[in-house]
Write a protein that binds this ligand. Structure first.
Ligand SMILES: Cc1cc2nc3c(=O)[nH]c(=O)nc-3n(C[C@H](O)[C@H](O)[C@H](O)COP(=O)(O)OP(=O)(O)OC[C@H]3O[C@@H](n4cnc5c(N)ncnc54)[C@H](O)[C@@H]3O)c2cc1C
Ligand SMILES: *[C@@H]1O[C@H](CO)[C@@H](O)[C@H](O)[C@H]1NC(C)=O
Ligand SMILES: *[C@@H]1O[C@H](CO)[C@@H](O)[C@H](O)[C@H]1NC(C)=O
Ligand SMILES: *[C@@H]1O[C@H](CO)[C@@H](O)[C@H](O)[C@H]1NC(C)=O
Ligand SMILES: *[C@@H]1O[C@H](CO)[C@@H](O)[C@H](O)[C@H]1NC(C)=O
Length: 503
């Protein structure tokens, strides 16, 4: 993992991305009868902001451009996924969330729902209309009797770990510092604990949901449809204000971070492939990535063990390799997550690369793609950072949960590999997008040639997939049912005014 943070921003939004966002708001279904909006104020989002301000309780607040709260509300991990809204609103009660949705629906105003702001697709949690920030839903309540934890929908996983780890408990959440609870939980959730307990969605026991019509519904496994749909359905069914998770005991953890230079990579790839080919202790988890920046290729491996030390000799074949750097620590889970981050760039795209196995030929192809695109894209923007990740979960990690919107086929243990490009110049966005699409497709076809024929129908991870990925690919045979459930709970397609993967 790269350990340097770059916070740089830009004001420029490329025209083609704006067109995509406009397309998302091109809603086909009807809306409730329009309110009596003065003709002069039609499509005036500031007018809607004022209306919201006048109708919400003191627990909630509207902020306008220029205020620090507004700036924080609309900001994202990557500035390329931010837009300047007419205002931001921080609801503090369920009734106010309902009231805000009512006003947005009746004025047909585009809006965004943001938790941790880690989506890198423009418009998924940003809007030129009304930006809803969930940061006031920030409570954490531990229920010792039921072994569950309530978590407010505006928190980050780092907030959650900071609160829970000192109490000796944990939940199955995000792996890198700063990622939001809501986006991860509504899109699947791959965790350091996934080999033991499954995806984050497999550990939810309850959702508190404000439906598009403003009604509040507590969704549990007694609710067939919404229970299924929220496990991968993002903002299609309303706004979640609270999640309840199963908790687990958490002791100190063991971790090692290794970096390999280009001439050391081949040995590291073989050792890792050998390690992954054997049946493993489910307390162990790994993440590895090929990185190209500033003219050089490197390979990083993070090794995790959920305990103060792995069994004797467990990781030795990797730990004993010649490396450029190596650190081994035993410490708190929170400190480990804090050590895991990607540097942010002005511009960032991600894409998902479904994989079933990480063999040596596959790793070699990942390394080659990293170098090939790193070299060619640095000619386009010399600041480019290119990262290709290997996400080697155990073969049974999808057996911990029942049917869910995502993944569409739990019999196929698809690993959520990803491609990350970070750069500076907005005028080359389209080159980056095309390169990423080409490269992801290349890796999948190399996987198929290497014998992973099921990759033909393997779902890309919805939380990593680049905008424009067909819904059929990600939700497979679930898509029709998800659309039907959407029509039941949101017949007027109010949530269609917010961006994201839309049913
Ligand atoms: C550095 C980095 C590390 C990552 N690490 C992991 C990881 O370890 N595991 C993993 O699985 N994924 C990981 N991801 C991907 C991550 O799951 C997605 O980016 C996720 O959507 C981020 O959630 P968020 O709340 O921060 O994002 P946001 O951009 O705030 O929200 C994402 C989407 O969810 C919707 N949404 C948010 N809150 C709500 C709500 N309460 N109700 C309804 N809809 C809502 C938004 O409208 C938006 O469409 C990582 C991403 C980055 C950039
Ligand atoms: C939009 O509405 C606001 C608030 O009512 C008003 O102050 C502003 O002048 C309007 N802008 C336009 C362009 O009509
Ligand atoms: C990020 O982008 C937004 C919208 O494009 C812009 O208004 C904002 O100033 C940028 N953020 C920072 C901190 O520069
Ligand atoms: C790449 O080089 C630039 C300029 O020399 C430097 O500022 C930057 O930190 C380097 N990036 C990394 C990830 O090493
Ligand atoms: C490396 O990747 C590029 C781009 O996909 C491809 O053209 C080239 O043939 C690959 N090289 C090797 C040795 O596989």
């Amino acid at each position: 993992m790269l350990r340097a943070a770059f916070w740089r921003y830009t004001l420029i939004l490329p025209i083609f991305l704006a067109a995509i966002v406009r397309a998302q708001y091109n809603i086909q279904l009807g809306y409730p009868a329009s309110r009596q909006v003065p003709t002069s104020s039609l499509n005036n989002y500031t007018y809607v902001c004022n209306e919201i301000e006048n109708s919400i309780s003191h627990a909630s607040q509207v902020f306008y451009p220029g205020s620090p709260e507004f700036g924080a509300d609309i900001s994202h991990w990557a500035n390329s996924s931010s837009q300047v809204s007419a205002c931001s609103v921080e609801p503090g009660t369920l009734a106010d969330v309902g009231q805000i949705l009512h006003l947005l629906a009746s004025t047909h105003t585009p809006f965004a729902v943001k938790c941790g702001g880690h989506s890198v697709n423009l418009g998924f949690s940003s809007t030129p209309g009304v930006h809803i920030s969930l940061i006031r839903f920030n409570n954490i309540v531990v229920h010792e009797d039921s072994g569950t934890v309530d978590v407010g929908a505006g928190l980050t996983w780092t907030d959650v770990y900071t609160e829970l780890i000192p109490k000796g408990i944990n939940v199955v959440g995000g792996r890198l510092n700063g990622v939001g609870v809501s986006g991860v939980t509504l899109g699947g959730g791959y965790s350091w604990k996934t080999n033991q307990y499954g995806l984050t969605i497999d550990t939810v026991t309850q959702y508190e949901l404000v439906l598009p019509n403003g009604d509040v519904k507590v969704v549990t496994n007694a609710d067939d449809d919404l229970w299924f749909a929220l496990k991968g359905g993002f903002n299609n069914y309303g706004i979640v204000t609270k999640f309840t998770f199963q908790s687990h005991q958490q002791t100190n953890i063991w971790a090692a971070l290794l970096n390999f230079a280009e001439d050391q990579m081949e040995a590291a790839q073989s050792a890792l492939a050998q390690f992954l080919s054997e049946d493993r202790d489910r307390k162990a988890a790994q993440l590895a990535e090929f990185v190209y920046t500033n003219g050089s290729l490197s390979f990083g491996i993070s090794l995790f063990y959920d305990g103060s030390a792995p069994p004797e000799g467990f990781y030795d074949d990797i730990l004993n390799l010649p490396s450029a750097s190596k650190s081994i620590t035993t410490g708190s889970f929170t400190d480990f997550v804090l050590s895991q981050f990607l540097p942010t760039y002005k511009r960032v795209y991600f894409d998902a690369v479904p994989m079933l196995d990480y063999t040596v030929p596959i790793m070699t192809a990942f390394a080659n793609e990293t170098k090939f695109w790193g070299e060619s894209l640095s000619k386009v923007d010399e600041s480019v950072l290119v990262v290709y990740s290997l996400d080697p979960f155990a073969s049974d990690f999808l057996t911990h949960g029942g049917p869910s919107a995502y993944p569409p086929d739990r019999s196929l243990p698809v690993k959520p590999s990803s491609i990350f490009y970070g750069w500076t110049d907005p005028s080359v966005d389209n080159d980056m997008r095309k390169a990423m699409r080409t490269s992801a497709a290349t890796l999948v076809s190399i996987g198929i040639e290497d014998g992973q024929t099921d990759l033909e129908h393997a779902a890309p991870y919805i939380n990593y997939a680049l905008f424009g990925t067909p819904l059929e690919k990600m939700y497979g045979g679930n898509l029709e049912r998800l659309r039907e459930i959407r029509r039941t709970y949101d017949p007027e397609n109010i949530m269609g005014l917010a961006g994201g993967w839309k049913f």
